[in-house]
Write a protein that binds this ligand. Structure first.
Ligand code: HEC
Length: 100
């Protein structure tokens, strides 16, 4: 019984951690192949300066979700909400660090 419990705890831990990192990785890939070129043309460098500039617009997690949707729509890609949350997760992990 104890063994089964240990197994279940361990496997759900592995499941949770791999699903989180898969999301971030998927978000990074989606982001890098769709979102950077336009930001580079605005901000220069690798484009990530748009997320770290002093007068950046996004100051909360809900605002980040909204902005990603806005930019997705201006890009015109038919992303489902899971793609949006993967990209939000990636941007939050790498740049914004908002608490959810
Ligand atoms: C057609 C050009 C264009 C594309 C493509 C684009 N963006 Fe943007 N993005 C902008 C502009 C312009 C701003 C700055 C808006 C401002 O300063 O008012 C911006 C700002 C942002 C910000 C807010 C930065 C801040 O100030 O904190 C985020 C987040 C963002 N974009 C995410 C994305 C994501 C994710 C994608 C890919 C789905 C994407 N963008 C694709 C033009 C684009």
């Amino acid at each position: 019984m104890t063994r089964l419990f240990t197994y279940l705890c361990f496997s759900s831990f592995v499941f949770i951690s791999t699903s989180i990192s898969a999301n971030v990785e998927n978000g990074e890939e989606l982001h890098n192949s769709n979102c950077t070129s336009c930001h580079i043309s605005i901000q220069g460098g690798d484009g990530s300066g748009i997320y770290t500039r002093e007068n950046r617009r996004i100051e909360s997690h809900p605002a980040l979700i909204k902005q990603v949707k806005r930019c997705r729509d201006s890009l015109g890609v038919p992303w489902p909400d899971e793609h949006v949350s993967d990209v939000v997760e990636y941007l939050n992990n790498s740049f914004y660090k908002f608490k959810k």
